[in-house]
Design a protein around this ligand. Structure first.
Ligand SMILES: C[S@@+](CC[C@H](N)C(=O)[O-])C[C@H]1O[C@@H](n2cnc3c(N)ncnc32)[C@H](O)[C@@H]1O
Length: 282
């Protein structure tokens, strides 16, 4: 195989956005590789191996439709031998982790059959089928334990708490958690802190109209617990660009004030008082 690696040659000649259309042909190149021939390919250039990328058999060189939210999750995954994407749905995050070299292998699991089939199909389409394993599993119940980083994205904080609390074996320095929840984030932060996890990074991002956060947690039961205010706005969130941090802080404060205008809630009252004092001191 010519030097450079297939991703290098692909991005050099086509860019990540180009989808070769019907008139292109795949030609055999080696036992495990194919080469792309466009209708205008000059055969002598093909023979000289110039400008025509080589891909793994079954791989389709097109852009992965992965969202900024999932890319932010991938950014928090430490380079690892094997990651587990629980609730993988389409499998795009898992595929991206392999294609970008962040994870050597990925366990892709989902509680439902249809998303799992879609992940399997996409893994084959994007040429990473061999590096992924697929499990139908409620949380981490039916997946192997030999991985380094657990990722759960796009679920409610309560679902994540029930997944994590059903698996005390996860409480170990072996595992990094990357969690992106769509609701009840303070509940998840509280659970993490109470059980011995420390939020070492929390990325705030805007994707379309929405603000999201992605949590990375490491096992460290000796670390101090989050304060009540910290469950709503953890110290790690301060490491974001100041405008994003300010937007998120305002969003949290607005939410707390709105709830407290309609109901009594001592925890939220305490969090609001703590965060208002913090806002004054920034
Ligand atoms: C909204 S999708 C999010 C998919 C993807 N992780 C993302 O963030 O784009 C939630 C996925 O989690 C799966 N799911 C929900 N509860 C689960 C559980 N207890 N265990 C495993 N998967 C679950 C659903 O079937 C669905 O495919």
């Amino acid at each position: 195989m010519a030097p450079g690696g297939e991703m290098f040659r692909y991005s050099q000649h086509f860019g990540e956005n180009v989808l070769p259309h019907g008139s292109h042909k795949w030609l055999p190149y080696s036992k495990n590789e194919v080469r792309l021939k466009s209708p205008n390919t000059n055969l002598s250039r093909l023979v000289r191996n110039e400008a025509f990328p080589i891909f793994p058999k079954g791989g389709v060189p097109m852009k992965l439709p992965i969202s900024p939210r999932l890319l932010a999750c991938a950014d928090l995954v430490p380079p690892c031998r094997r990651a587990a994407d629980v609730g993988c749905d389409h499998g795009y995050l898992a595929i991206h982790l392999i294609r970008s070299g962040i994870a050597g292998q990925v366990i892709a699991s989902d509680i439902n059959e249809a998303p799992l089939q879609s992940a399997l199909h996409n893994a084959a389409r994007y040429g990473v089928r061999e590096k992924m394993s697929f499990y139908r599993s409620d949380g981490v119940r039916q997946i192997p334990h030999d991985f380094d980083c657990l990722i759960c994205a796009g679920m409610g904080g309560d679902t994540m708490v029930s997944i994590l609390s059903a698996a005390p074996w996860l409480r170990s320095e072996q595992y990094t958690l990357v969690l992106q929840c769509q609701s009840k984030t303070p509940l998840l932060r509280r659970y993490l802190s109470d059980t011995g996890w420390v939020i070492d990074r929390e990325t705030i991002l805007r994707d379309g109209k929405f603000l999201y956060t992605v949590i990375r947690a490491l096992w460290n039961p000796a670390a101090p617990r989050l304060t009540v205010g910290g469950r709503y706005l953890p110290p790690a969130a301060r490491d974001n660009p100041p405008e994003l941090y300010a937007d998120y802080r305002d969003y949290v404060l607005r939410g707390l004030r709105l709830t407290l205008a309609h109901q009594d809630n001592p925890e939220k009252q305490q969090a609001l008082a703590e965060l208002e004092a913090l806002a004054i001191s920034i």
